[in-house]
Write a protein that binds this ligand. Structure first.
Ligand code: CTP
Ligand code: MG
Length: 243
């Protein structure tokens, strides 16, 4: 079955600081979103990419993508074997993903959801996620062990004051999860129809349905560009790749 990838790219990037929407900020001179689309199109399995653009920026995103596609229509031109659609997003990541899923044509039984903010994910990770879904998992997340110990805290009694620590979960059983996350289409759509609470990743919605979610090994270079320091790291990773 062919694979589609939904790329939520409608966020502002508040934590990165003021400026244009995060997905349009450049890395090595190329918008992060273009890197993310290329990363999905690099997988032989992925034949459709649905980009979810800022609601007021759909036309701009389309023209940026056109400007970075290879000249000449498919095959070989555009994004190779991969078609790219652009749809407007929503107020939250969850809403943006749902709007992307609304544009999913019939026939795609495996769906990836990949943050535009993870522009440097290696294609091996994309392929490993697809393979795990093909092997029968309803939901697959790339995951890495944590470097830092994690504390659970109570909210500070007064904002800005020290927060009481209430627990230290066993680090060896914690994982930081990345994207692309991969899903059986029906499971992901049911999750988005059923779960309305605010969540930060799609797999947690599937967990809430009581369905099994599994991990595959993630990759350091699939980190999310969130804060200004992440941009510096991303530029360095890209420069090293171009050596
Ligand atoms: N996203 C989206 N629609 C939203 C909010 C976020 O499509 N309404 C996307 C972002 O564009 C990003 C991904 O979800 O690719 C992960 O979100 P995050 O890293 O939090 O990006 P932003 O929400 O843009 O950043 P911030 O939270 O700092 O504002
Ligand atoms: Mg956000």
């Amino acid at each position: 079955s062919p694979v589609a990838a939904v790329i939520p790219a409608a966020g502002r990037g508040v934590r990165l600081g003021p400026g244009i929407p995060k997905a349009l900020r450049t890395l090595g001179g190329t918008p992060m979103l273009v890197h993310a689309v290329r990363a999905m199109a690099a997988s032989r399995a992925v034949s459709l990419v649905i980009v979810v653009a800022p609601p007021d920026g759909t036309a701009e995103v389309k023209s940026i993508l056109d400007a970075h596609a290879l000249p000449g229509g498919s095959p070989g031109g555009g994004w190779g074997r991969t078609d790219v659609l652009v749809v407007p997003g929503g107020e939250t990541r969850q809403e943006s993903v749902r709007l992307g899923l609304d544009a999913l044509p019939p026939g795609y039984e495996i769906v990836l959801v990949h943050d535009a903010a993870r522009p440097l994910v290696p294609v091996d990770i994309v392929d490993a996620v697809v393979e795990a879904v093909r092997d029968g998992a309803a939901a697959v997340v790339p995951a890495l062990p944590l470097a830092d110990t994690v504390k659970q805290v109570e909210p500070a009694p007064v904002a800005g004051r020290p927060e009481p620590v209430v627990a230290t979960p066993d680090r060896s059983r914690l994982r930081a999860v990345q994207t692309p996350q991969g899903f059986d289409r029906a499971t992901l759509i049911r999750a988005h129809e059923t779960i309305t609470d605010d969540v930060t990743d799609d797999a947690s919605m599937v967990e809430r349905l009581g369905e099994r979610v599994v991990t595959v090994p993630g990759h350091e270079e699939a980190f999310k560009v969130t804060r200004p320091l992440d941009l510096i790291l991303a530029e360095a990773v890209l420069a090293r790749r171009r050596l």
